[in-house]
Structures are given as structure tokens and as C-alpha cells.
Design a protein around this ligand. Structure first.
Ligand code: SAM
Ligand code: SF4
Length: 335
């Protein structure tokens, strides 16, 4: 696909190279995490959601434009019927160096080894608590034991890396930073703490639930001799190593602007909207092009290349965290 060094690359108006896409393959989910969606969330009508064939075509087009890393996300990607077909379709695409998935873990006990075989190299599993009752409180409907079984199966499947994603909320699970890191160390996993982002309206006050990564890092440094790591993914994460373990701790601090300069990613929603920035409204709808030109990728490629001009310099999360910076939920844009 992209063997030619002169192949087109996606360069935005600020000279940043986009080589990473995050594709949401469904807005549906079997959980209802309190920071992510409202309890009575209305999902999209099925005919508005891209077919898996359309998702596969999009990935192939982006890879032909120099994209090297694809993250499949959602909603919960692994509850989408036929998701494994898609992973098998794109898992070994020439030019695609990394296929990764972000999941809540509920389906991993059934799907982890098939994902590995399909070519998924790394996997992110969301885990906010080790307490069953709290897990139910945060996810509203989820079962912790199922996710823990999923993590065990994923370890057995020998992914290159498994990373936990944790959102801490004041008064709910903010006392679990150390136990969750201890869990990650015990199982040889990485863990990233994600600051709660003001995406969509939720039932709680984001201001009172907000836990800063600065505070979490301070707490963890009082327990572990963390070593700063220079590693960067072009994203909003900063990493620390826990000496004598296989565990890296990441801090994803979206309120900080430092990372926008090196932003290398765009997001595609399950209905084919290409969002150029998680925290902004700039968007190009690719669905009509997919459907009007089923056998011709050129219009799609042109739209993607042209969209680079509207990729904003940075996000615009407001200081007042109760006001959603953008009205879309994370489950819409794809986390
Ligand atoms: N369902 C999968 C999962 O939970 O991992 C994938 C999609 S989920 C939207 C991706 C990530 O976004 C999860 O780690 C979740 O914790 C995070 N997330 C959702 N809403 C968020 C918010 N408002 N602020 C910060 N992180 C959020
Ligand atoms: Fe579902 Fe993931 Fe959102 Fe939780 S964070 S409701 S698991 S999409």
C-alpha cells in the first residue's frame, strides 16, 4: 500500500503529520459509565452507522495516505456484531504498523485470542476501580469480575502490551490510584490516568469530581520511585517508569495544551464524521462520499487531504469544567 516513500502524507496547516487515526465502529455500549454517557443515552439509528465494509474501506484509504497506526474504539467496539471480521480485514495491511483497540474489557474473555490472531498488537482496557460495588456505581450496569476475567484472558493471549485506562473521580474512586498501580505491577501491565474531560452533559458536576493528574502523580511518587520517561506518542500522555517492574504509568492531561503542537491524530465517528480535534467542532462528513462513490476512492482521498487545512491548532476546553467544551460525548467521537 504505502511502500513508496513519495506516497502522499497527511500534513496539516501547522506542518503536523497525521499518521494515526482513531475509528469508532459503534456508539453503542454495554456499560453506561457516568463520565461518558447519560443513563438514558439515545444511540444512533443503525442505518446511520457505517457498515464494517465501509470502516474497512476507510482504514485502507487512510493507510494509503500514510497512516501507520489505527485504533479501533467506540462506544464499545467489541459489542459490535462482526467486529472480528473487521480486525481480520485490516490486521495485516501492508503499511499499517500498529493496530490497537480500546475496550471496556467485557468481551475479552471470548475475543482476546482472536483479536491477537487478527493482528492486534496492543490493547487498552478501561478499569477505574477494583471494587465490585464501585464498578457497578461507575459503569451503572457493568460487572467487574467479567472484566477481570477478560484481563486474564488477554494476558494469556500475549499481546505486546496491555494498558489500563483509569479515570479518577473525586469522592468515588480517587483513593484507588495506588491499588490500581499495584494491580498493574502485579500483572505486568501499563496504566494511564486520564483526567475527566468536559465532553457532553452528565448527571454529576464535573468540577467537583475532577481529579488532577498533578495530584495523582504526587501521591504515586510518595509511594514509588518513579523515573520520568522521554517516550512520546504524539499525544497528551506523559510517562513514568516504575523501577524493577514492567509497568509504565501514563498521565493523560487534556487540559494541558503542551501536546497539541505534536498532535498526530484525527478521529472518525461511527457515522463517518472525521473530527480533526477531540476538543473542537471542525469536522468533515465522509459518509456521503463513501456512499456516493462506492467504487472510487479518489473523492474520499481528496476530502481527507483537504480536511488537513481545517485541523485546528489546539483544543479549547474551558476552565469551567461543568460547561461541556463540546457537546459530543466521548462515546460519539471515539475515545
Ligand atoms: N468502551 C471502550 C472503553 O471504555 O475503553 C472504548 C471507548 S471509551 C469512550 C474510551 C476511553 O474514554 C475510556 O478509557 C474512558 O474511560 C474514556 N472516557 C470516556 N469519557 C470520558 C471523559 N468524559 N473524560 C475522560 N475520559 C473519558
Ligand atoms: Fe462505554 Fe467506554 Fe463510555 Fe464506559 S467509557 S460508557 S465502557 S464507551
Amino acid at each position: 500500500m504505502n511502500h513508496n516513500p513519495n506516497a502522499p502524507a497527511l500534513i496539516d496547516g501547522f506542518g503536523r503529520r497525521v499518521d494515526y487515526i482513531r475509528l469508532s465502529i459503534t456508539d453503542r455500549c454495554d456499560f453506561r459509565c457516568v463520565y461518558c454517557m447519560s443513563e438514558d443515552v439515545q444511540f444512533l439509528p443503525r442505518d446511520e452507522v457505517l457498515s464494517l465494509e465501509e470502516c474497512s474501506r476507510l482504514v485502507k484509504v487512510f493507510v494509503s495516505l500514510g497512516v501507520k497506526k489505527v485504533r479501533i474504539t467506540g462506544g464499545e467496539p467489541l459489542v459490535r456484531k462482526g467486529a472480528l471480521w473487521l480486525f481480520n480485514e485490516i490486521g495485516h495491511l501492508p503499511g499499517l504498523n500498529e493496530l490497537v483497540v480500546t475496550t471496556n474489557g467485557s468481551q475479552l474473555e471470548y475475543q482476546a485470542s482472536a483479536l491477537k490472531q487478527a493482528g492486534v498488537r496492543r490493547i487498552n482496557i478501561s478499569l477505574d476501580t477494583l471494587d465490585e460495588a464501585r464498578f457497578r456505581q461507575i459503569t451503572r450496569v457493568g460487572e467487574l469480575s467479567k472484566v477481570l476475567r477478560g484481563i486474564t484472558t488477554a494476558k494469556q493471549a500475549r499481546f505486546e502490551k496491555i494498558k489500563l485506562n483509569t479515570v479518577l473521580m473525586r469522592g468515588i474512586n480517587d483513593d484507588e490510584a495506588i491499588p490500581l498501580v499495584a494491580f498493574a505491577i502485579e500483572h505486568g501491565l501499563d496504566i494511564s490516568f486520564i483526567e475527566e474531560m468536559p465532553l457532553g452533559h452528565v448527571n454529576h458536576s464535573r468540577d467537583s469530581s475532577f481529579v488532577s493528574n498533578e495530584g495523582t502523580l504526587k501521591l504515586l511518587r510518595s509511594r514509588y520511585d518513579l523515573i520520568g520517561s522521554v517516550e512520546s506518542t504524539g499525544g497528551p500522555a506523559r510517562y513514568w517508569r516504575v523501577p524493577n517492574t514492567n509497568t509504565k504509568i501514563g498521565f493523560i492531561s487534556p487540559h494541558s495544551h503542551n501536546f497539541c503542537e505534536s498532535c498526530n491524530r484525527v478521529r472518525i465517528t461511527s457515522k463517518g464524521e472525521l473530527y480533526l480535534c477531540l476538543g473542537q467542532e471542525h469536522m468533515v462528513n465522509l459518509a456521503p462520499l463513501l456512499r456516493q462513490f462506492p467504487d472510487d476512492d479518489l473523492p474520499l482521498k481528496e476530502a481527507i487531504i483537504n480536511s488537513m487545512h481545517i485541523k485546528p491548532k489546539g483544543h479549547d476546553f474551558k476552565p469551567e469544567r461543568n460547561e461541556p467544551a463540546v457537546i459530543r460525548f466521548m462515546s460519539h467521537t471515539g475515545g
